[in-house]
Every structure is written in C-alpha cells, then in structure tokens.
Design a protein around this ligand. Structure first.
Ligand code: AMP
Length: 221
C-alpha cells in the first residue's frame, strides 16, 4: 500500500506515519528527516537545503524528486511506503505519479490530516524533537531525554515563531492546492473507470491514540 500523508506542519503526520508504517509493515519516508540528516552531515544537498529549511520555506522540487526517486526504487519500498510530508506542491504530486508509474506501482490512498491553525501553532511552539532519532514531543523542555533512544530533546530552528508563520503560508499557498489536484484525479478516475488514489480525511485533533484509531479505520484496518 502506497500512502501519502498530507496536512499542515504540526498535524501529527510524523507520529501517525510511524504507526501506519508499523501496522502495515512498510517503511516510512519523511523528506524532512532525510533533509535534516543531510544538513547534519553537511552534504552538498544539505548545505543547499539548509537556508530554505531554516526560514520555513519549501526546498526546490528538483531536490525532493531526487530523494523520492532514490527511496522508492529501494527493495524495502517494493510492498509500499508511507510518504510523510513528501508531497507539498503540485509538481511534486505529478513527479510522484511519474516515479511510481515507472516502477509499475500506483498510489493507493491520500490521507488528509484535518486540524485548525490555532491548534497547530500551539503544538509547534511547544514541540521538541530528539536530535538523535527525531521522535517528536509536545510540551517537553529542550534538554530533556528521549524516552525512545535516550537522546537529547531540542527545539527545531523552524519551530521558531517567524519560521512557523512562513511554513503555514507555504502550506496554504503551495500544499493546499495539492488536495484539490488529488480530488480531481479521483473524480476523473471514477468517471473513466480507472483506478486513482482514494482521498480520505481524518480529524487529527485529540489524543494520539484516538487519532491513530481514526487513521487506521480510514485505511481499512
Ligand atoms: P518537515 O519535517 O516535514 O516539517 O520538513 C521540514 C522542512 O524540510 C520543510 O519546512 C521544508 O523546508 C523541507 N521539506 C521537507 N519536505 C519537503 C517537500 N516535500 N518539499 C519541499 N520542502 C520540503
């Protein structure tokens, strides 16, 4: 099963993506994690991406398409993959369809995370992440210890107020139109009797376990 997770920053895509990956026993690809690792390793890709990321802007589509292509061609992704934050512009959605097509695969589900902006700003401004394993926490101070791996929790640079505002604007202007793009394809597919990814929306407000239950129901588990 190939699944795209779509939703604004802080909607819980990372946390829920991890659970979906475990439930379906498929890998999760998060371009944000790949890019942050590239920044840490100071690779040319990381150095080029860093200034966009620190400001909260999207990195260029060409960079994302390169990451997508390489990750999807791996044998581990042959039975499906959870794509967390991988599709954030219409050209990226088109690129993903092309890459999957070349591999003889299709996208099954687009899962929309529904959360209001006020709640997102609250979540992001109280979020810390483990600098080692990237696990996110809400309301835990920087410097605390990660429950999962013992690493140190840090505040992401792009969780500062200015960058949060830029990320929300990027979501509204560049990512929200992707939802309509997938909906139009689903309608067209239905008319022509062709398969197209199912677009499903989940209420992403509430306790992590409650949201997980809704997500798994939406995915037919
Ligand atoms: P995330 O961890 O998903 O919030 O991503 C962190 C940052 O990485 C974003 O604010 C962007 O700067 C960059 N990024 C991650 N995925 C993408 C993508 N698909 N397209 C463009 N930029 C991305």
């Amino acid at each position: 099963m190939n699944i795209v997770l779509l939703g604004p920053p802080g909607a819980g895509k990372g946390t829920q993506g991890e659970r979906i990956a475990q439930t379906f026993n498929i890998p999760k690809l998060a371009t944000g994690d790949v890019l942050r690792e590239a920044v840490r390793q100071a690779t040319p890709q990381g150095l080029a991406a860093k200034r966009f990321m620190d400001r909260g802007d999207l990195v260029p589509d060409s960079v994302i398409l390169g990451i997508m292509k390489e990750a999807l061609a791996r044998p581990a992704a042959a039975n499906g993959v959870v794509l967390d934050g991988v599709v954030r512009t219409v050209p990226q959605a088109e690129g993903l369809a092309r890459v999957l097509g070349e591999l003889g695969r299709t996208l099954d589900v687009v899962l929309l995370f529904d959360v209001d902006e006020e709640e997102l700003v609250r979540r992001l401004s109280t979020r810390t992440v483990c600098e080692k394993c990237q696990s996110p926490y809400t309301g835990r101070e920087p410097g605390s210890t990660c429950d999962k791996c013992g690493g140190t929790l840090v505040r992401r640079k792009d969780d500062e107020p200015d960058a949060i505002r830029t990320r929300m604007r990027a979501y509204r202007e560049q990512t929200a139109p992707v939802i309509e793009w997938y909906r139009a394809r689903a309608r067209e597919g239905a008319l022509r009797g062709q398969s197209a990814a199912r677009v499903v929306s989940v209420d992403a407000i509430g306790a992590v376990d409650d949201v997980s239950a809704r997500v798994l129901t939406a995915l037919g588990k």
